[in-house]
Design a protein around this ligand. Structure first.
Ligand code: ADP
Ligand code: MG
Length: 902
């Protein structure tokens, strides 16, 4: 094999590294953080592929080779002196992670390690490259082993066990590892405990309790895990107590070795650090879910046991690797010597077997290999530091150590997460949960019972209240009825008392109220006397009353008699007065009639002005009066009016005596003939009385005279309004249709004719049948009547013409509408001058309004107008007719058509 060649596992190791991928330490990558970063990469991959229950359920693991570093001790004083002329037997190439072992001056072998630590490497660096990745791995739940192998005096204990109390920088791996572990755990949930043991001559001695010097190894038949149940386990809470433990352990080790007459270099020191951590987040998450989702899910959540990770860091300071003289140079027998080295040689064999992938690994050959079963070929992450000295004098041992390291580098472990469900903790938690639920249930039961009790009490309270109220009401009702009963009894008693009021009763009462019967008797006697006198007095008064009553009756009869006499007297007086009145009025009437007759002889009928009443009266009386007495009638009537009073006269109109009525109406008619009296008559209600007579009276004379009086009153415009307002037109129309007597009709016609002359009453007059009534009266044929009719028509036509001229009337004449035109045409040439004159005027007025022209033509009135314009004896009428004809275009046109020339 060439000196420059690289011996041992290089290519193989590279292949393995390749297989491990990112999780492995690339051999070519240099730098002091190599192992550390490799561990980091490892951590990343381990958390991924491993299932949650990782190491517990699965046999899956991640391949992880045993890491091996070589550490060179500096020359000690002896070596410096003894080997001053010799070079070191090793040459380190830390940057290449190579170690050259000089066989001699011309030949050397080169070995590659995971880390090459020179004599100048600090303790800190050694910890970081050798132990720190393992410690970190342990904190994540994997088992870990840090072991030092080498010849006695090369610095194994220096590397692992230095407490560094005098110099902090000198602290060894144990102290630094615990520092990191304690810094990383959560004291509330995690725990760290240690056991410290020594293995010597296949006996395990408890360094924390040296009396315990043969601790048995117990193997779990199911998992194959080994444990030392007999060893002292001390829980570590802080660094100081741990260092104290180490010191105690070291002291015990020294003492034991002294006692056993051995050297510490011949025993193996084993520190076991058990780390127990609960997996954060997972069990807590379950709890939080249960908290949110209520009871049932709480139970489900609670049924999930918390997960804990139990891992173990084993730090082994092996006995010196140098061969012991078989002769037992140290005073041991051969058997003893064999036993001393058994464990170490067994370890070497196991490692050889593992390195060569031998099917059999003699783990069971020694206690050390049994204890380190998991560290080599197991599930732990293992880091080995091999310590060597520089002296060429120990080249053999050094070579042997290097070769051990080289073989160990070939050992593959399958690291597994030591994770398991914490059923105990789950059980505890469920117990707590159950207790909580029981307590809660109890509380709820209590609350429920209380609530039921409360509701029941409340209900009872209410029932009691209702009962009380009911009782009170009942009591009140009872009292009320009782009172009523008592009252009625009282009333009955009163009644009975009044009925039974008698001395006996009083005696009884007196007897009942007083126990003194004698006194009651006296009282009764007195009472009797008093009563007798009272009765006497009463009968006296009664007699007097009877007497007075008799007197009163006589007086009343007398009064009645006198009253009757008085009434008779009064009625007689009234009758007499009435008779006197009648006689007087008759007398006056006679004289007035005489006057009227006379006067009418002197008077002519002026157009539009008649005195029908007087005319009538005159016509009825044949007495003739001297002309000079014509001014006379006023005097007797006025006299009468003054003497009797207008009111009295008017009241006589309603007299039951027909004669009185006749006379009275005549008097009123005469008075009405005088303009001066008209107002007084109307004011005194005479007009109304006259209208009533006209309506109600069946006496022809009365109706005639009343109509005459109305006709006279109708000369006044104010009275015309009143007549209209009081339905006079209708009454007059009725009279006109009923009456046969020409004089009556003349009066009625005269009255209507007067109303026809009122511009304001035109429409109403016609509406109430005035025109029709007027025209109806021509049936009588009496010239006086016809004259009044003609006057009325003329008056009406004149008003219409005036209204048309003023623009107040637009339509055809109402006279034409009511059929007056044929009669007008027929009588236009009447031989009686008053009739003819009125009709001629009426025709002229009608023709003046153009709308009437058509009717005038069709009814033949045009010829009459032409005649009037030519022949009328009255010039004014003639001229009027002429003007009318010439100013009407329609009539003109008709005349031209007919060839009439003016
Ligand atoms: P071992 O435990 O392997 O028998 P020790 O740890 O007892 O060896 O070391 C033997 C001696 O060498 C001790 O005095 C120790 O202080 C010293 N020593 C060991 N390694 C170193 C080192 N790297 N630097 C300085 N001195 C060391
Ligand atoms: Mg030692």
């Amino acid at each position: 094999m060439a000196s420059s060649g690289v011996r041992n596992g290089g290519p193989r190791m590279s292949a393995k590294l390749d297989r491990q991928g990112a999780g492995a330490t690339p051999k070519a990558a240099a730098g002091k953080q190599r192992l550390s970063s490799a561990a980091g990469a490892y951590r990343r991959t381990s958390s991924g592929p491993l299932p949650a229950a990782g190491g517990r359920a699965s046999s899956d693991g991640v391949s992880s080779r045993v890491r091996v570093a070589v550490r060179l001790r500096p020359r000690n004083a002896e070596e410096l002196a003894a080997d001053a002329d010799f070079g070191d037997c090793v040459e380190l190439q830390p940057e290449l992670k190579r170690l050259k072992l000089r066989k001699n001056n011309w030949e050397s072998e080169t070995y590659e390690f995971d880390e090459v630590l020179t004599e100048f490497s600090s303790q800190k660096r050694v910890y970081e490259v050798v132990a720190k990745p393992v410690v970190e791995s342990v904190m994540e739940g994997y088992n870990g082993t840090v072991m030092a192998y080498g010849q006695t005096g090369t610095g194994k204990t220096f590397t692992l066990g230095r407490l560094g109390e005098e110099d902090t920088a000198a602290r060894g791996i144990m102290v630094r590892a615990m520092e990191d572990i304690l810094a990383d755990i959560t004291p509330e949930t995690d725990s760290v405990s240690v056991s410290y043991l020594q293995l010597y001559m296949e006996m395990i001695q408890d360094l924390l309790d040296p009396v315990n010097d043969n601790i048995a190894i117990v193997e779990d038949p199911r998992t194959g895990d080994v444990s030392l149940p007999g060893a002292t386990v001390v829980e570590v809470r802080d660094q100081k107590s741990f260092v104290d433990l180490l010191r105690v352990g070291e002291a015990h080790r020294v003492a034991a070795n002294t006692k056993l007459n051995t050297e510490s270099s011949r025993s193996h020191a084993i520190l076991m650090v058990n780390v127990r951590r609960s997996v954060k987040g997972r069990s807590e998450m379950d709890v939080s879910i249960s908290g949110e989702n209520g009871h049932s899910s709480s139970m489900i959540g609670s049924l999930r046991p918390p997960i804990i990770r139990k891992s173990k860091l084993v730090v082994v300071d092996l006995a010196g690797s140098e061969r012991i003289d078989k002769s037992g140079s140290e005073g041991h027998t051969l058997e003893e010597a064999k036993s001393i080295n058994l464990s170490l040689s067994a370890l070497g064999k196991c490692i050889n077997a593992l390195a060569e992938n031998s099917p059999h690994v003699p783990v069971r050959d020694s206690k050390l290999t049994r204890l380190l079963k998991d560290s080599f070929g197991g599930t732990a992450r293992t880091s080995l530091v091999v310590t060597i000295g520089p002296s060429p004098r120990h080249r053999g041992e050094t070579t042997s150590t290097i070769m051990f390291g080289q073989r160990a580098m070939k050992v593959e472990n399958m690291v597994k997460l030591k994770e398991e469900f914490d059923y105990k903790s789950l059980c505890r938690r469920l117990d707590i949960e159950l207790d909580k639920l029981i307590a809660e249930n109890e509380r709820q039961r209590k609350y429920f019972d209380d609530e039921v009790e409360r509701i029941r009490a409340e209900a009872q309270c209410r029932i009691a209240e209702a009962e009380r109220e009911c009782k009170i009401t009942l009591e009140n009702e009872k009292m009320k009825y009782h009172q009523e009963y008592l009252d009625s009894i009282k009333v009955l008693e009163e009644k009975w008392k009044t009925q039974q009021q008698s001395p006996k009763r009083q005696i009884k009462e007196a007897e009942s109220t007083s126990s003194d019967v004698g006194e009651a008797h006296n009282l009764l006697q007195n009472e009797k006397i008093l009563r007798q006198s009272a009765e006497d007095e009463a009968s006296d008064l009664k007699n007097q009353i009877t007497h007075w009553k008799k007197l009163e009756a006589t007086a009343t009869a007398e009064v009645v008699k006198l009253r009757k006499m008085l009434d008779t007297e009064a009625s007689q007086k009234e009758k007499l007065e009435e008779e006197i009145g009648v006689l007087r009025s008759q007398l006056l009437q006679m004289s007035m009639e005489a006057d009227e007759t006379r006067r009418s002889l002197d008077k002519g009928d002026g157009p539009g002005k008649i005195f029908p009443g007087l005319d009538s009266l005159a016509s009825q009386t044949r007495s003739s009066q001297p002309r000079e007495q014509s001014n006379g009638p006023k005097q007797p009537i006025a006299k009468l009016s003054e003497q009797v009073g207008l009111q009295k006269i008017l009241s006589l109109l309603e007299s039951e005596e027909p004669d009185v009525r006749v006379h009275a109406v005549k008097v009123v008619a005469n008075l009405a003939a005088e303009e001066a009296n008209q107002e007084k008559i109307v004011e005194a209600g005479g007009l109304t009385s006259l209208l009533v007579l006209l309506r109600s009276s069946e006496d022809e004379t009365i109706r005639r005279v009343a109509a005459g009086a109305i006709a006279n009153l109708a000369m006044n415009e104010t009275n015309q309004d009143l007549i209209m307002a009081q339905g006079g037109v209708t009454l007059l129309s009725m009279t006109a249709s009923d009456a046969e007597d020409p004089q009556t009709l003349r009066m009625v016609a005269g009255a209507i004719a007067n109303l026809c002359g009122n511009d304001k009453l035109q429409t109403r007059l016609r509406g109430e049948g005035g025109i029709k009534a007027l025209l109806g009266m021509v049936r009588c044929g009496h010239p006086d009547v016809l004259a009044q009719v003609a006057r009325g028509i003329a008056n009406f036509a004149k008003c219409e013409s005036r209204a048309a001229t003023q623009g107040n009337k637009v339509g055809k004449s109402l006279l034409i509408d009511d059929g007056a035109l044929p009669w007008i045409v027929k009588n236009a040439n009447n031989e009686a001058a008053p009739i003819r004159r009125h009709i001629e005027l009426a025709l002229c007025h009608l023709a003046q309004h153009e709308v009437n022209s058509k009717d005038i033509i069709s009814e033949g009135a045009l010829w009459e107008l032409v005649r009037i314009s030519r022949d009328c004896s009255r010039e004014d009428i003639r001229m009027l007719a002429y003007r009318t004809l010439t100013s009407s275009p329609t009539l003109q046109a008709e005349m031209r058509r007919l060839g009439i020339k003016m």
